[in-house]
Design a protein around this ligand. Structure first.
Ligand code: CA
Length: 222
């Protein structure tokens, strides 16, 4: 599989290329935004590894132009400035995943494989809030990279709250989302489910707003 690697730091580019080639990818490396944009626009790649800080056109601008031109290849964004805001900007610009520098080559490989796999199914991108990451295609949740096995109901609850992050979701709405008309619809069930989910995640993510509902706060800055 052909991969376009866009990285202006020659040392990182060489290390990533060696890692990818060892996995059987055919790597083409470019070191500036203009060339990257041109290559990605005219050539077909299975995936692109795209650094954001580039001479000439920056990585985000390159990505936006590809997407505006209807280029849909999966893109893994790399950046030294791993802030939450920047990850969102990258995802909004059309990135399929985001890897902050410094990174382990093994992680880059697994993320690249995942975006290539997902691009076939046009799935929603991975949602990441703080240390919690939810992959809708694999239906997998990780906290600080460690997988957390959840029951289907726990997974659906977390998925819904993460999609609604920043909004207080009433328990009644969660019942609507999680239970069918024939299920026993008890608001205590949500409380119990939230309790189990919190315990399994082991991080403070879901807040209770007494009398209003539940919410996942959107982190500011980081
Ligand atoms: Ca750079």
């Amino acid at each position: 599989m052909r991969v376009l690697l866009v990285e202006d730091d020659a040392r990182i580019a060489a290390a990533v290329a060696v890692t990818l080639e060892a996995q059987g990818y055919r790597v083409e490396t470019v070191a500036d935004g203009e060339t990257a944009w041109f290559q990605g626009d005219v050539e077909d790649y299975a995936a692109v590894v795209l650094d954001l800080g580039l001479p000439g056109m920056d990585g985000l601008a390159v990505l936006k132009r590809w997407r505006e031109n209807g280029r849909t290849m999966p893109v893994l964004v790399l950046s030294a400035r791993g802030t939450w805001k920047e990850r969102v900007e990258g995802i909004d610009a059309g990135a399929d995943d985001y890897l902050p520098k410094p990174f382990e080559p093994a992680e880059l490989i697994s993320r690249l494989r995942a975006i290539i796999r997902r691009s076939a199914g046009h799935a929603r991108p991975v949602i990441e809030i703080g240390p919690v990451s939810l992959d809708p295609r694999a239906m997998r949740v990780t906290v600080d990279g460690l997988p957390k096995p959840l029951s289907p109901q726990e997974y659906r609850l977390l998925d819904y709250l993460m999609l609604q992050a920043g909004r207080v979701v009433p328990a009644a709405e969660l019942i609507e989302q999680l239970y069918g008309p024939d299920d026993d619809r008890d608001s205590n069930a949500i409380e119990v489910l939230i309790g189990r989910l919190r315990k399994k995640l082991g991080v403070e993510l879901i807040e209770t707003r007494r009398g209003f509902g539940y919410t996942i706060a959107v982190p500011v800055g980081e």
